[in-house]
Design a protein around this ligand. Sequence first.
Ligand code: UGA
Length: 340
Amino acid sequence: MKILILGVNGFIGHHLTQRILDETDWSVYGMDLSDDRLGKNLQNPRFHFIEGDIAINREWIEYHVKKCDVVLPLVAIATPKLYVEDPIAVYNLDFEMNLNVVKQCVKYHKRVVFPSTSEVYGACPDPEFTEDESYLVVGPIQKERWIYSCSKQLLDRVIYAYGTRGQVEFTLFRPFNWVGPRLDSLYAAKEGSSRVVTQFIADLMLKRPISLVDGGNQRRCFTCIDDGISALVKILANKDDVCKNEIINIGNPANDCSVVELAQKLKKLFMEHPNHRNDGTYSEILEVSSLNYYGKGYQDINTRTPSIEKARRLLGWEPAVNLDDSLKMTLYSFLEENEK
Ligand code: UGA
């Protein structure tokens, strides 16, 4: 199988590439703006990388959509701070650019495996979000945070409509707060614009206070990237066509945790690390308002728990890595790479 991954150097892209090259005989064709996370895979004869921007290299993309069997358009802005700071950029990249790729898949009848998001469920009140039943609930237009959720939702709907009319074959997967090595760049975290796990790790490394937005009682189910990638490989293999035109949550409901518990856990793990065992005390855990932290366009999601019955049933998949191990793996890799 030939797989085209746009955004191959991203968090999901580079982990997926590594697993495919290690465990299958498939080939990967990939484009990204840089290659710093791809390491030794760049030398693998089954990996074909080109450095470039998907907004510019349209001919390369069209040629490779035609050439490959499956397309994963993984390029997106996925950090809430940027949803409120630059909603137009989120719309342009996450919706318009990806729509172009989806249309190429329609044109050449290629299978598209598209990253939807847990964010499409928004503030849905269901105790567990189910792919084919839960309502997708977002806030008012002034709360610009929701532009990401809406961009992804509309693309989900477009892909679904093409799919059910026989014009493309698709699987939509919905990651629920995947975490792991090289989640976000530490540079983004230094600027205060990365997802919560990287943000807290960067705060600890820089000896800055940890900010709990609006008290930190919001909950997320953090999912180890290794589990996420195992599910994705099964989706790509698509044995007996089980994932054809399906939407699948990929998360770990057992790893449900509040943001304040997350801060305490990461701080404890950090202080126990050999590099920091003898440090004094720092990185006080402080409450900040979402208005001060993100600005007036932000609104939060209090609970976000996936139902994974469908993933279990279709893929025979079960997440295996618990919360503490997922956080430890993420933290230790950041420390190893940045405190050499
Ligand atoms: C994320 C992002 O939208 C995407 O990466 C993705 O689509 C999706 O969720 C997912 O991974 O499932 P969210 O979980 O809200 O959204 O993003 P984080 O930035 O990781 O924030 C999690 C929680 O921590 C929020 O309640 C936020 O307010 C809080 N937070 C964040 C803090 O309390 N302090 C911080 O310094 C940063």
